[in-house]
Design a protein around this ligand. Structure first.
Ligand SMILES: *Cc1c(COP(=O)(O)O)cnc(C)c1O
Length: 395
């Protein structure tokens, strides 16, 4: 008898929260990964928009290794250079960051939990979120996440949350009252399949929040830090948010999240209001600094803009694609045939990792360092992948 594979052992050892894993991966380099059988894939998922610098980037490896061998963890009774420097760098980058303050967490959902609690310190409890929104899986963030299947088993959820259609400024204006603590929005919705709101939507949301004395909280967990070809997806909207949450790309694969409080939201928390044992630890912060530095040193914003355009144009060229949404390397591909699960499966067989975000929307969020060759490889395989998926779907 042969030994069981990693994937076979998985089902006997791990809780069944994700369904069976598609692959067991053993190694990565740039935008490429290898599975336990040695098969190579081009990774257009990037750990779900996390591996900004790809796999095994020397700058990230060096920063983490050096920090871990100097000082790895200290608790929040103490601080460290990397923690303070990362907070300063983020505030220097975010619109309106001059008087801001940062709370570090370990994930997107925890960054959003911090933000959720921060909104309570306004003295108001009501929140307005958007349909299609994804803000995480802990109880507070789940209360802001609209998908019924995620919510239903865990109700009652905390909060006092109203959902409005995403992108509809009038519906937002109607839902926000003088009792609203905050409006929470993704500048571009990720899990929903990369949905870009109409131009001017965020500016309208800012006006509505101001008119009612509510905070505007932008969840940039997926859209932030270079993904759109800009550091923040909302930075060209002219909007200064009160709260910006970050995570996915920030650590380049190390777990870290951040809740940025700007303006009056910067100082709502007082000692004892919130905490975390691991959040802001030196290693995760050193990783964050390496990501920010590398985005700048390697000119990745420009690279993302150029390659994103090439990828979107190439994918859209196939007549079976009805729409390609998104900005930079934050891309949704609409397939009206509704067969994205089959398309992703055929792509995987062909050596490409894609994500079927919804039945009719493929999501691509590759490492920001994905190369022109990687993009060309996917584009030349794309028609055959769609052919095979179509064939398989025939009765
Ligand atoms: C992924 C995501 C989260 C949750 O992040 P986790 O690290 O999985 O907890 C929150 N908000 C948005 C917009 C996300 O894409």
């Amino acid at each position: 008898m042969t030994d069981p594979t990693i994937s076979e052992r998985y089902v006997g050892a791990l809780m069944n929260t994700f369904g069976p894993p598609k692959l067991a991966l053993v190694r990565g380099e740039g935008a490429h990964v290898w599975d336990e059988n040695g098969k190579e894939y081009v990774d257009f998922l990037g750990g779900i928009a996390v591996n900004a610098l790809g796999h095994n980037h020397p700058a990230l490896v060096a920063a983490v290794t050096e920090q871990l061998s100097t000082l790895g963890h200290i608790s929040n009774f103490f601080t460290s250079g990397p923690q303070v420097e990362l907070a300063e760098r983020l505030l220097a980058l975010v619109p309106g960051g001059e008087t801001g303050r940062v709370f570090f967490a370990n994930s997107g959902t925890e960054a959003n939990e911090a933000a959720f609690k921060l909104t309570r310190k306004t003295g108001r409890t009501k929140l307005v979120a958007a349909s299609g929104a994804f803000h995480g899986r802990t109880m507070g963030a789940l209360a802001l996440t609209s998908k019924e299947a995620y919510r239903a088993p865990f109700e009652p959820l905390p909060g006092d949350v109203t959902f409005v259609p995403y992108g509809d400024a009038e519906a937002l204006a109607a839902a926000v009252t003088d009792e609203t603590a905050a409006i929470v929005l993704e500048p571009i919705q990720g899990e929903a399949g990369v949905i870009v709101p109409p131009a001017g939507y965020l500016a309208k949301a800012r006006e509505i929040a101001d008119a009612r004395g509510a905070l505007l909280w932008l969840d940039e967990v997926q859209s932030g830090l270079g993904r759109t070809g800009r550091m923040f997806a909302h930075e060209d909207s002219g909007v200064v948010a009160d709260i910006v949450t970050l995570a996915k790309g920030l650590g380049g694969g190390l777990p870290i999240g951040a809740c940025l409080g700007l303006g009056r939201a910067a100082t709502l928390f007082e000692p004892g209001n919130h905490g975390t044992t691991f959040g802001g630890n030196p290693v995760a912060c050193a990783a964050g600094l390496a990501v920010l530095r590398t985005i700048e040193e390697e000119g990745l914003l420009e690279h993302v803009t150029v390659l994103g355009q090439k990828l979107r144009d190439g994918l859209a060229a196939d007549p079976r694609v009805s729409e390609v949404s998104g900005e930079g390397l934050f891309i949704g591909v609409v397939l009206p045939e509704g067969n994205t699960a089959t398309v992703a499966a055929k792509a995987l067989e062909a050596g490409f990792i894609l994500n079927n975000a919804t039945p009719d929307r493929i999501r691509l969020v590759p490492p920001l360092v994905v190369t022109s060759d990687d993009v060309e490889a996917l584009l030349s395989a794309w028609p055959a992948i769609l052919d095979q998926a179509h064939e398989e779907g025939r009765p």
